[in-house]
Design a protein around this ligand. Sequence first.
Ligand code: SAH
Length: 237
Amino acid sequence: MSSTANANVDPAELAKFSELAHRWWDPNSEFRPLHQINPLRLDWIDQQAGLAGKTVVDIGCGGGILSDSMARRGANVLGIDLAGKSLKVAQLHAMEAMTTGVEYREISAEALAAERPGQFDVLTCMEMLEHVPQPASTIDACARLVKPGGWLFFSTLNRNPKSFLFAILGAEYVLKLLPRGTHEYARFIRPSELASACRQAGLDVVSMRGMEYNPFTQRYWLSADTSVNYLLACRKP
Ligand code: SAH
């Protein structure tokens, strides 16, 4: 069942991802950066939350790059998104790759939180908050979805001159890693803002890591530098 009857959606954002949906699993496509960072974020999540046997929800899962990899670590994963085309690609990939323990649904975080509150051990919401009109509403819904003691992992882009230079000018105009218009600077979220929205939603902030990229070696790694792309781990008390 589709559930777009909430205001926290930007149809133009969904259209951008739908248009590229057939390329989600091409490691040399616009989604290359997500393929490259996936092992890093997957290990970081797994080390903290222990994915095997856990019930996981992946918010804004797109073509399922992270959802699929978490299922392959033994989690039972539900990936949700509002771009139906991406979900079809995710489903098809799971069939082709014979990934078990993953399913996909077109529903918003808010609607799923009303339907299945407190049912997930682990929640991931990666590179998605910078595409929604009201990230705080998404974060609230995320907090409702998780069981007490459960883990939540967010990632997004910081908002400062360096992130503008790297994530927009560098990635979209100079290196052309991403299509122009992928990101809107005003929607970037400072770590302090994300942490405070998480606390407002009743979560404890546990740890934060930055994701760095070297354009010459084309490698990514996790570090203490949160100035561009970063990850935040929280727990629900
Ligand atoms: N989380 C995935 C994909 C990130 S791309 C990964 O990191 O690999 C951002 C995703 O957010 C896209 O798939 C887009 O369709 C989705 N998205 C944007 N707005 C959304 C909304 N309001 N609700 C759910 N998903 C949304």
